[in-house]
Design a protein around this ligand. Structure first.
Ligand SMILES: Nc1ncnc2c1ncn2[C@@H]1O[C@H](COP(=O)(O)OP(=O)(O)O)[C@@H](O)[C@H]1O
Ligand SMILES: [Mg+2]
Length: 345
C-alpha cells in the first residue's frame, strides 16, 4: 500500500519514537490480558525463587496488542536485558550465534515473527533452547568441523501473528504458550487515559476518550495513534479542547467511521456487497476486483470485519452479514443470510 493507514495494526514510521514513551515498563502498568499476566506473575516468582531464567515463552496474536512491549516488561521484572531480533533477520545459524553470545544469564532473546525463522536456523535453536549450546559447522567440504558454542541460560520470547505456521517441534519447546486477545472497550479506555496523561492532553469531556476507544479495533497501537492524531487536530483546530465532537471531526478527516472502519475496509465490504451481491465469493476474485493483494486483505482487513461480525468465511467463499449490509446501507441478499449457519473455514 502506498499510503500509511491510520488504522494499520502494523507499526508505521511515525509510531516508534512516540510509542517508546507510551510503552508500559512494568507488569503493573500493563493493562488487560489478565490471564496472561497471572500466568506470568507466577512464572516470574517461581523463576526468581529458583534463581533460574524464565521459561521460554511464545506469544501469538494480531499485531499491535503488546507482544514486543511484554518482552521488555519481562526483562524489567526479571532485572535482565532484552536482545531483539526477528525471524527474517536470522538468515543463517551464525546470525543466531551472534545474538546468543551477547546474552547474559537470564536475559531475554526476543524473536519477532518467529514463524519466519528459516528451517536451517530452527535446527540451531533447539539445542540452544534445551541445553544452551549451539553446534556450528565451520568451513565446508572435507575440512568441515563442528564446534560447540555454549551460551548462558536465557529465555526465548517468540512472537508471531501466525501461530499455525510454526513447526510443531519449535512450538513444543516453549514452556508457556499464550494467545493475546483483542482489548475490551474499558481496557482501551484505561490505556488511552494513561497515554493522555503522559502526553499531557487535557480531557474535559470523558466521552472523548470513549469515542477514540470505540474506533481502535481492540488494538492499543491504533488507540495510541488515533489519540496522537486527535491531539494534533485539537491543538490546531480546537484551541486544545478535546471533546467528543472534536474527536468525531478529527477522525472523520482521517476517514475513520464510528465502528473504526476506514476506506479500505469499506471498499472491501462494498465490493463484496455490490459487485458480488453479498457473496459468497473467493478471496482471489475479490482481491482482483479491488486491485489489492489477497494477502493484504486477509491480514489487514478481514480479521477486524470478521471480529465485529460483518463477514462470514464459508466453504464457498466470503459473504457479507446482515449487520454489514445495514452499516453500509446496502440491500442485503438472501444468499448471504443462508450462509450464516454454514461452518466457517
Ligand atoms: N497492555 C498494554 N497496556 C498499555 N499499552 C499497551 C499495551 N499493549 C500495547 N500497548 C501499546 O501499544 C503499542 C504497540 O504494542 P507492541 O508491543 O509494539 O505490539 P506488538 O509487538 O504485539 O505488535 C505499544 O507501543 C504500547 O504503547
Ligand atoms: Mg511487535
Amino acid at each position: 500500500m502506498a499510503t500509511e493507514r491510520v488504522l494499520s495494526t502494523q507499526s508505521t514510521s511515525t509510531d516508534e519514537p512516540q510509542n517508546w514513551a507510551l510503552r508500559p515498563t512494568r507488569l503493573s502498568e500493563y493493562i488487560g490480558q489478565a490471564e496472561l499476566l497471572e500466568r506470568l506473575r507466577i512464572a516470574i516468582e517461581a523463576a526468581k525463587r529458583r534463581k533460574e531464567p524464565l521459561e521460554h515463552l511464545l506469544l501469538h496474536g494480531p499485531p499491535g496488542l503488546g507482544k514486543t512491549t511484554l518482552a521488555h516488561v519481562l526483562a524489567q521484572e526479571m532485572g535482565t536485558k532484552v536482545v531483539l531480533t526477528s525471524g527474517p533477520a536470522l538468515a543463517r545459524g551464525t546470525d543466531l550465534v551472534a545474538s546468543l553470545t551477547r546474552l547474559q544469564t537470564g536475559d531475554i532473546l526476543f524473536i519477532d515473527e518467529v514463524h519466519r525463522l528459516p528451517i536451517a536456523v530452527e535446527e540451531f535453536i533447539y539445542p540452544a533452547m534445551e541445553d544452551f549450546r549451539i553446534d556450528v559447522t565451520l568451513d565446508g567440504g572435507l575440512s568441515a568441523r563442528t564446534v560447540q558454542v555454549r551460551c548462558k541460560p536465557f529465555t526465548l520470547v517468540g512472537a508471531t501473528t501466525r501461530a499455525g505456521l510454526l513447526s510443531a517441534p519449535l512450538r513444543s519447546r516453549f514452556g508457556i504458550v499464550h494467545h493475546l486477545k483483542y482489548y475490551s472497550h474499558d481496557e482501551l479506555l484505561a490505556i488511552l487515559r494513561r497515554s493522555a496523561a503522559m502526553l499531557e492532553v487535557p480531557i474535559p469531556d470523558p466521552a472523548a476518550l470513549s469515542t477514540i476507544a470505540a474506533r481502535s479495533r481492540g488494538t492499543p497501537r491504533i488507540a495510541n495513534r488515533l489519540l496522537r492524531r486527535v491531539r494534533d487536530y485539537t491543538t490546531v483546530r480546537a484551541d486544545g479542547r478535546l471533546t467528543a465532537a472534536v474527536v468525531d471531526a478529527a477522525l472523520k478527516l482521517e476517514g475513520v467511521d464510528p465502528l473504526g472502519l476506514d476506506d479500505l475496509d469499506r471498499g472491501y465490504l462494498r465490493c463484496l456487497g455490490t459487485t458480488y451481491n453479498g457473496g459468497p465469493v473467493g478471496l482471489e476474485a475479490l482481491a482482483a476486483t479491488m486491485n489489492e493483494d489477497p494477502g493484504t486483505l486477509e491480514d489487514v482487513v478481514e480479521p477486524y470485519v470478521l471480529q465485529i461480525g460483518f463477514l462470514a468465511r464459508t466453504r464457498r467463499g466470503r459473504a457479507l452479514t446482515r449487520a454489514a449490509c445495514e452499516h453500509l446501507g446496502l440491500a442485503c441478499t438472501p444468499q448471504a443470510e443462508g450462509l450464516f449457519d454454514e461452518p466457517t473455514v
